[in-house]
Design a protein around this ligand. Structure first.
Ligand code: HEM
Length: 516
């Protein structure tokens, strides 16, 4: 069969190839008797209009977090089973269901489904984020949580973050000086570059900053996101992978791309190994990983996969949240004014910049951040989880081997959980308000931008301090407006690896008239 498909791929039209695949999959399905898994799945709430082969895939639009919320409202508000191709996928859309999956039965759902693209990009899914649960994942997660992203290590990167903030401020001041009249700034690009540079600094900070290296990382990472975020046929039709042509056809691009990463990471590891030892405070992520390599039995490929994870998990997520925050502030001038007043009140005369010491007294800044996470969690469906045993939830038995999505986006907008759920209202989180006690640390199952439980994001401290320090400084130093003639901020979204705004955020920064 594999040979036949390879032959067809060379010589036949795409339509003929598709027809052969469809016939093959139908035959395979008809020949397979209904299993216990299938019997359990049939009891779960599921939308009608399932089509042969593709199942419910046609019901998932270009913005899956929205389609899934709408399907849940109609057919399964807590749990909903979808047949996405050959991959049964359970969607949790209520705080109760999210709690059952991420807390009560966390040990059952803490694995990840297999992804052929991730296998290629991350040296056999040897990164933390896509590794299946088990001894390797526990070991690498421990390294990341205790050595790279512990609160002490995150604090030690304070000079690096403040350095990157200063570079952004200098760039903005130059744009204003150069423009003479109105300096239009691509804020989306500015924030994306900042988030990447902060991670590059943390990962490789000890090496001299080479011209163009961070840009190369940004380019490489963009392709990663496209490859991981796209519709990967083999994730929904695992039979195709077993036929062997997937590797040759579908994954060819991922293979070529992974070679570029491999060369770059090898070069950087060699440079680090050649340098003499550094103190604990000076050590960047690469130093730390090399220093624990033997203790944790890491191969060179393991180290590369973990390093790539830092870029993959830590850059777009942070910049997308910042981009939404700025967009929301522009659309809500009274919130912008209130936040700006708080940030500026911390400034003593002639203060060069807001520092991380100042942030602890800015409670409204924290409220704005929470509200941004509530409405726009960049990982709208978290990362997919995977069940490794049977377990009972809400009167249903969920079989082993099922993909599970938690719709964090839907939780944050649930009218039954939040007052005026669709409104950007940071006031809900300030002291004395109804949701003041709510946090994003995985304890409030209405607000899960970082997930909860064993697979919860280990980068929360890194992400939130990065978010606050740049936002506070952007508002401290500049007043922000839409460019003349602009019709407003377009909030249209695109779904990829993360959900993000489609259009660039173009704004005009102005030096404030007077600062108190
Ligand atoms: C605003 C920024 C961020 C958001 C919204 C975010 C969100 C998330 C989410 C939703 C998950 C998946 C949780 C699950 O599957 O249940 C995750 C996993 C992860 N994040 Fe973050 N993240 C952010 C920043 C970061 C940063 C800065 C880093 C590291 C530098 C990081 C490292 C990771 C890693 C390694 C995982 C995989 C954990 C595992 O599978 O065990 N994240 N993040």
């Amino acid at each position: 069969m594999a040979q036949l498909l390879a032959h067809l791929h060379e010589h036949a039209s795409p339509q003929a190839l598709a027809l052969v695949l469809v016939l093959f999959l139908i035959t395979l399905r008809l020949l397979t008797p209904a299993s216990r898994t299938e019997e359990l799945l049939r009891k779960l709430p599921s939308p009608p209009r399932k089509l042969p082969i593709i199942g419910h895939l046609h019901l998932i639009g270009s913005l899956p977090h929205i389609s899934l919320r709408d399907l849940a409202v109609r057919h399964g508000p807590d749990l909903l089973l979808l047949r996405l191709g050959a991959a049964p996928t359970l969607v949790a859309s209520s705080p109760r269901a999210a709690r059952a999956i991420l807390r009560t039965h966390d040990h059952v759902f803490a694995s990840r489904p297999h992804s052929a693209v991730s296998d290629v990009l991350f040296y056999g899914s040897a990164n933390v984020a896509f590794a299946p649960s088990g001894e390797y994942w526990r070991r690498t997660r421990k390294i990341v949580a205790t050595h790279l992203l512990s609160s002490g290590k995150v604090r030690s990167f304070r000079p690096a973050r403040e350095h990157e903030v200063r570079l952004v401020l200098a760039r903005l001041k130059n744009s204003i000086a150069d423009a003479g009249t109105v300096a239009m700034v691509d804020v989306t690009e500015l924030l994306s570059r900042f988030s990447h540079d902060v991670i590059c600094h943390a990962v490789l900070g000890r090496l001299p900053r080479e011209e163009g290296r961070n840009k190369l990382f940004r380019e490489l990472f963009k392709t990663n996101s496209k490859l991981l975020g796209g519709f990967n046929l083999e994730d929904y039709f695992p039979d195709l992978e077993r036929l062997g042509i997937v590797r040759r056809v579908v994954l060819a691009k991922a293979l070529r791309h992974s070679k570029r990463w491999d060369v770059l990471l090898d070069e950087l590891i060699d440079k680090h190994s050649a340098e003499k030892a550094v103190t604990e405070e000076e050590a960047d992520f690469m130093d730390v990983l090399l220093s624990v390599q033997h203790e944790y039995k890491l191969t060179r490929d393991n180290i590369k996969a973990i390093l790539m994870d830092m870029f993959a998990a830590g850059t777009d997520t942070t910049f997308i949240s910042l981009d939404y925050a700025m967009a929301k502030l522009i659309r809500n001038p009274q919130v912008m004014a209130k936040l700006q007043a708080e940030v500026r009140s911390c400034a003593t005369e002639g203060k060069e910049m807001v520092t991380e010491d100042d942030l602890s007294s800015m409670s409204y800044l924290t409220a704005v951040m929470k509200e941004t996470f509530r409405l726009h969690p960049s990982g709208s469906l978290l990362l997919p989880h995977f069940s490794v045993a049977e377990c009972d939830i809400e009167g249903y038995t969920i079989p082993s081997g099922i993909r599970v999505l938690v719709n964090a986006w839907a939780l944050g907008r649930d009218n039954a959980c939040w007052e005026r759920a669709e409104e950007f209202m940071p006031e809900r989180f300030v002291e004395g308000a109804i949701d003041a006690a709510s946090d994003y640390q995985g304890n409030d199952f209405r607000l899960l931008p970082f997930g909860s439980g064993r697979r919860m994001c280990p980068g929360i401290n890194f992400a939130t301090i990065t978010f606050k320090i740049i936002l506070a400084n952007l508002l401290y130093h500049f007043d922000w407006e839409l460019p003349p003639g602009s019709k407003g901020v377009d909030m249209a979204e695109v779904f990829g690896m993360d959900v993000h705004r489609k259009e660039k955020l173009l704004l005009v920064p102005r030096n404030p008239v007077q600062m108190n």
